[in-house]
Structure formats: structure tokens, C-alpha cells
Design a protein around this ligand. Structure first.
Ligand code: XMP
Length: 529
């Protein structure tokens, strides 16, 4: 497959140079929160190549290295001599200091965590209007002890004499701390001061611009041909489809494979609400029977995932062949495939840091490599919250746009034990109750997601009415998270938990116990399988 979404012209781009350790993504998001467009580039990119992108400003991120380590990432001095405003943070600050003739030493001046920063130049470009003493987040082993010539030191800490510096004439700025993390109380203000005052940028970038740009680019790319899109019920594919629909209307057909592992009301939501909001042509394939047969007798989580992935691709290919045959009658080929790839996916797959395979995540909508399609990926420059904003602007209902993440294999990985229709129905009911009560309590935005899990292989004794029961437990797994890589269990109010528990045990047959999962990730994963 080839990616052929034309690169949209992006004026006033801030490049965030990634020195590792996940800081760059957060910085890029914060820049966009300041309404300035940003993109991440690896620190291995030659300076010439960075400058060829014509950036309006450059930010050097933090990173885990020491400037003294052999093989540590570095940056060529020419970056600071090109007349482009530069802001170095943490490791980026130390690189800047070192490259321009300042002193960085590893004399043991370490600081980790919340630190008091004393601002010595309250009228400086970065710190104007912020308190003389402010809390910042530090994480460094080396420290700058002398600023380069021509620079003014603007802040210090008890341990570090040069905790920030600037050279207004050359438009070069640096701070030892991490302004991008929320523990730096005035971090966003400092970042905005760099963007607006230091680099002279204006807060003009919005998700509205993205829609206009993408609609135009997609129209140009597709011409009179056809495109197809797999809908999973999730936010990303829904927004990508709506955006492409806006651009090419009836030249797009969406396919939704109902594998029978969906939550209550989900298929109807796609069939009715999504179609009503977008007017998209939709092909719904009812494949429940096929999936249930394929999953019969299987309890192993990885095995389940593999079967679901395999069956999904088969069904999708079949649907796609039908669409191609139908479109062929109009004489226009189907050449494009729409995917809801997001910016973090792009950065992570290009980052190549390779994490261990904990679970084989299967994205329903993921397709085999050998398909001869050009990809349309209109969200590949956006973060999740920005995708939600685009969805809202496109008029998608809140129930779709604000949906919490839901795994591709659906309820299949929330039944511990064999999957049967009976057990799925039971879990669907319990899940619907939990969702209803969390929404009624206004907690949807506070939690990241709340898997509801059926322990189908476990039974315990209970008493209901006047009789003994021997039923299954349901597990509630509410978590809070920023990116699902790590998570903590959500401290939900007891009365909400009580209501969910009472309703589930009263209303769902064969369930006589509700338990709460109080494990963070790690060591637990979010899903149970
Ligand atoms: P875990 O369980 O690994 O989940 O902590 C992290 C996040 O990923 C979701 N998840 C999946 N999403 N296909 C998906 O599209 C999958 O196979 C899959 N498994 C887990 C999970 O819901 C959570 O948001």
C-alpha cells in the first residue's frame, strides 16, 4: 500500500526536535494548544533538512541522555545560526548551551521532580508576567553553570545557577525545566511567550483549517474515482469517514462489519446516527454467526484475537469485492482506502523504539498489506483530542465523538473463558448498565474507559430472593490515563459504584456479584485479556 494523501501546505510550522523519552509529543500538543501548528522530527534529521522545511521556529525537546555520553544525540551549531527562533528545553537547553560555548557539567547538580525556580529577570521574554518564584518540573543529571556569550541568565534554582537564559537579538531561548508538563505551573505561559513574543507567531491554527485543507486535498487526490472506508464504531474511523464524505460524497462507501462482539446499541448507532449525521453510503455486514462459529471452544486470549483478526479481514475483503463490482458498473474504479491513522501512530511507527509485544492489538479496520490501494489518511497529523474537535465541527453526534476507546476485538476479550452468544448477551446488559450510570453521574470525561468484564469461568455462591444462587462475577475496570500506555484505577464515588452493582445483580441474570478492579497499569493491563 502507498500513502498518498498530499501533504497539505502548513504555514507557520514549529518543528519539535525529538531527543527521546516521549517529551516531544507532549510539547507538540502544547504548541497546538497555543494554536500554532507543530510537527515532530527525529533528532537524527540533518539540520539542512530541518531548515528546508522552512520552520517558523524550532523547539529542542528533553531526552534521557547526558551531553557527555558517547553517542548521545547532538545538534549542529548551524541550527542556531540560521536566524530561526529556537527554544531548548532540558536536554535541548544543555545542547544549546554546549554548542554555543556555555558550560555544562556533570558535577552532581541533579534535580528530579517539583523544584522552585527563582526568576531573576521578571521582564524577560519568557518569564514576563509570571511569578518571581514558580514551581517547575525538573529531570536532569547535568547542569549549565555558565551561559554562552551574549546570553542573559533569567532564572536559577537552589542547585543550578543557570536554569534559563535568552538572547533576544538572536531569538534563542532555553530553560532547564520541562514547561510542557502540567507540574510546571506557568509552563504553558512560558511556551506561549516563546511562540508569540520570541518567535513572533500568531495563534491562528484551528481544526477548522484542517477540515478545509483536507477536503480540498482529498478532492484533488480522488478526482472522479471511488474510495472505501472500514468503520469500527470508534472515533477515529468515524471522523475520517465523515471528513472524506464531506469531500467526495457518494464516491465513498463505508463498510461496517458487525462481528457480534459489539456493545449494546453500537451497530444501531452506526447505522442510524452516523448515517443521519453524514449521509454516508453504508454497507453493514452481519457476520455474528460466522464469528461465533469460528470462536467456538476457544478460551485463550491470543487465540481469540487471532481468530477475530483473521475473520474480520475475510469478511471485509468480501464486502469490498462487492463494492468494487457495483462501482465498476458506473465505470469508475475503487482506488482509495480511507484509514483513521492518528499522529501518535505515525510518530511511534517512525520512532522505531520497538516495545515488547504484550498483546497483539488488532485494529478492526486494519487490512492486509497486499491490497492494491492508495491510502487516504486525513487525520495523520492530528492528536486524539483534535480529532474529536474535527468530529464536532463536522456535526457528528457527541455519542460518537466523545466515545471512550473500545478494543477492536470488542467484548470478545472481556469474557474470560469461551465466548458464546448467551454470555455476550449477558455482558452486553451489564456493560450497558455501567455505561448508563457513569453517564448519568457525569463521569464520562473523567475516566479514560471502563471495561466491564465477565468471569465466565468463575462461579460463586450467593443468595437472591430466598434462594441460593451460583452465578458469575462481573468486574468493573474504570481507569484514568493519558495515553493507555500507563493507567491508574479511577476512584469512582461509592454511591455510583453501589448503584451499578445493585442494578447489575438485580437486572442481569446469572450474575450475583460485582467486583472492582483496583490495579494500576502496570502491573495489570487495562483489558483483562
Ligand atoms: P491494554 O489492555 O493493552 O489496552 O492495557 C490498552 C488500550 O488498547 C485497547 N486495546 C485494543 N484496541 N485492538 C484495539 O483496537 C485491540 O486488540 C486492543 N486491545 C486493547 C484497550 O481498550 C485500551 O484502550
Amino acid at each position: 500500500m502507498s500513502t498518498a494523501t498530499p501533504a497539505a501546505a502548513a504555514p507557520d510550522t514549529v518543528l519539535v526536535v525529538d531527543f527521546g523519552a516521549q517529551y516531544a509529543q507532549l510539547i507538540a500538543r502544547r504548541v497546538r494548544e497555543a494554536r500554532v501548528y507543530s510537527e515532530i522530527v527525529p533528532s537524527s534529521m540533518p539540520v539542512q533538512e530541518m531548515l528546508a522545511k522552512n520552520p517558523a521556529a524550532i523547539i529542542l525537546s528533553g531526552g534521557p541522555s547526558s551531553v557527555y555520553e558517547e553517542g548521545a544525540p547532538t545538534v549542529d551549531r548551524s541550527l542556531f545560526e540560521a536566524g530561526v527562533p529556537v527554544f531548548g528545553m532540558c536536554y535541548g537547553f544543555q545542547l544549546m548551551a554546549q554548542a554555543l560555548g556555555g558550560t555544562v557539567d556533570n558535577s552532581g547538580a541533579r534535580e528530579y521532580g517539583r523544584t522552585a525556580l527563582a526568576v531573576s529577570r521578571p521582564s524577560s521574554t519568557l518569564f514576563e508576567g509570571t511569578p518571581a518564584e514558580q514551581s517547575v518540573w525538573m529531570s536532569h543529571g547535568d547542569a549549565c553553570s555558565a551561559a554562552p556569550e551574549g546570553f542573559t541568565v533569567t532564572a536559577s534554582t537552589d542547585v543550578v545557577p543557570v536554569a534559563a537564559f535568552e538572547n533576544d537579538e538572536k531569538r534563542l531561548y532555553g530553560v532547564q525545566h520541562h514547561p510542557e508538563v502540567m507540574h510546571s505551573t506557568h509552563g504553558q505561559q512560558v511556551l506561549e511567550h516563546f511562540l508569540y513574543r520570541g518567535a513572533g507567531l500568531s495563534p491562528t491554527w484551528t481544526t477548522g483549517n484542517v477540515i478545509e485543507e483536507q477536503v480540498e486535498a482529498i478532492r484533488k487526490q480522488v478526482g472522479t474515482k471511488h474510495a472505501i472506508c472500514g468503520l469500527s464504531g470508534g472515533v477515529d474511523s468515524a471522523v475520517a469517514a465523515a471528513l472524506v464524505q464531506k469531500a467526495i460524497g457518494s464516491q465513498l462507501t463505508c463498510v461496517y462489519v458487525d462481528h457480534g462482539l459489539m456493545r449494546k446499541g453500537e451497530t444501531q448507532q452506526v447505522e442510524k446516527d452516523f448515517v443521519a449525521a453524514t449521509g454516508v453510503q453504508l454497507k453493514v455486514v452481519d457476520a455474528e454467526e460466522r464469528f461465533l462459529v469460528a470462536l467456538q471452544g476457544v478460551s485463550d486470549p491470543e487465540e481469540k484475537r487471532k481468530i477475530i483478526g483473521r475473520e474480520f479481514i475475510r469478511v471485509f475483503e468480501q464486502a469490498q469485492a462487492e463494492i468494487i463490482a457495483e462501482a465498476g458498473e458506473s465505470g469508475e474504479p475503487v482506488e482509495f482506502l480511507v484509514q483513521g491513522t492518528l499522529y501518535p501512530d505515525v510518530v511511534e511507527s517512525g520512532g522505531g523504539t520497538g516495545t515488547a509485544n504484550i498483546k497483539s492489538h488488532h485494529n478492526v479496520g486494519g487490512l492486509p498489506e497486499d491490497l492494491e490501494f492508495q491510502l487516504i489518511e486525513p487525520l495523520r497529523k492530528l492528536f486524539k483530542d483534535e480529532v474529536r474537535m474535527v468530529g464536532q465541527e463536522l456535526g457528528l453526534p457527541d455519542e460518537i465523538v466523545q466515545r471512550q476507546p473500545f478494543p477492536g476485538p470488542g467484548l470478545g476479550i472481556r469474557i474470560v473463558g469461551e465466548i458464546t452468544k448467551d454470555r455476550l448477551d449477558l455482558l452486553r446488559e451489564a456493560d450497558a448498565i455501567a455505561r448508563e450510570e457513569l453517564t448519568a453521574a457525569g463521569l464520562d470525561r473523567e475516566i479514560w474507559q471502563c471495561p466491564v468484564v465477565l468471569l465466565a469461568d468463575v462461579r460463586s455462591v450467593g443468595v437472591q430472593g430466598d434462594g441460593r444462587t451460583y452465578g458469575h462475577p462481573i468486574v468493573l475496570r474504570p481507569v484514568s490515563s493519558e495515553d493507555a500506555m500507563t493507567a491508574d484505577w479511577s476512584r469512582l464515588p461509592y454511591d455510583v459504584l453501589a448503584k451499578i452493582s445493585t442494578r447489575i445483580t438485580n437486572e442481569v441474570r446469572d450474575v450475583n456479584r460485582v467486583v472492582l478492579d483496583v490495579t494500576s497499569k502496570p502491573p495489570g493491563t487495562i483489558e483483562w485479556e
